[in-house]
Ligand binder design. Structure first.
Ligand SMILES: NC(=O)c1ccc[n+]([C@@H]2O[C@H](COP(=O)([O-])OP(=O)(O)OC[C@H]3O[C@@H](n4cnc5c(N)ncnc54)[C@H](OP(=O)(O)O)[C@@H]3O)[C@@H](O)[C@H]2O)c1
Length: 231
């Protein structure tokens, strides 16, 4: 399988690259900047030179996405799937009366508009037999189960869930998921988090491969182990 992963230099994104390459998948690993060094990802690229390819892909910059897509298209690359993983949590714990709207715009720009930009440009490279788009969401995007805090983050993921549902209708031949990856031991999730990004990535690959079953009646919004979430 050929898979595009955004935010691939650390955390869950890096786990997708490592596990995907171990499985023999060809991974196009998106990173924000061509001027930054990404030692862990570069090490993986050296270990799997035919499978891991680093792509400059700043999800907040439509030009960067167009350029990356154009380059892959010119080389005749097609994709089986897209994993929109890049995300930020900027407003953790900020009360509603102290919210900084610039941070809100930045959060939506990456968490919501990022996947929209990527799908807008890359969907026509999806030519595999059972193509898929995985939007990495969060349980923080559930309106039913929301809490006081992480306002912009939760709203950006709720909007991402809506995008997934609309895509499900627009692209009936493509499997579309909005997946909560669990509370992860990453820079975003912190050290106390109970779940490793590797285990989460393994289970999400299981959903993609049909090895992990998805709750009957679930639409696009599910957990990393296939359980239905309430919007
Ligand atoms: N960790 C959790 O407990 C948890 C729970 C629920 C959902 N999630 C979701 O899971 C996904 C991965 O989270 P994580 O824990 O792995 O986070 P992380 O360790 O903070 O990594 C975030 C990744 O996103 C990239 N990114 C941010 N802005 C970008 C941009 N404009 N263009 C390209 N890449 C960009 C980062 O790149 P840079 O290194 O360049 O910043 C980094 O690779 C996110 O969508 C997050 O919302 C995480």
């Amino acid at each position: 399988m050929n898979i595009l992963v955004t935010g691939a230099n650390r955390g869950l994104g890096l786990a997708f690259v490592k596990l995907g390459a171990e499985k023999g998948y060809r991974i196009f690993a998106g990173v924000r900047s061509e001027d930054t060094e990404y030692p862990e990802l570069e090490k993986l690229q050296k270990s799997y030179p035919n499978l891991v390819e680093i792509q400059t892909l700043d999800v907040s910059d439509e030009g960067s996405i167009e350029a990356s897509k154009g380059e892959l298209e010119k080389r005749g690359v097609s994709l089986d799937g897209i994993i929109n993983n890049a995300g930020v949590l900027i407003d953790r714990g900020v009360a509603f009366h102290e919210l900084n709207l610039a941070e809100g715009l930045a959060t939506f720009d990456i968490n919501t508009f990022g996947p929209i930009r990527v799908v807008k440009h890359f969907y026509d490279l999806l030519k595999g037999e059972k193509p898929f788009i995985v939007n990495i969401s969060s349980d923080a995007g559930s309106i039913t189960n929301t809490y006081d805090g992480d306002y912009f983050y939760g709203m950006s993921k709720a909007a991402l869930n809506m995008f997934s549902e609309k895509l499900r209708r627009a692209l009936p031949a493509v499997r579309i998921y909005s997946i909560h990856p669990g509370w992860l031991h990453t820079d975003m999730g912190g050290k106390e988090a109970p779940l490793s990004p590797e285990l989460s990535a393994e289970s999400i690959f299981g959903i993609i491969e049909g090895e992990v079953s998805v709750s009957p009646g679930a639409n696009t919004y599910i957990t990393y182990d296939g359980k239905k979430l309430d919007y």
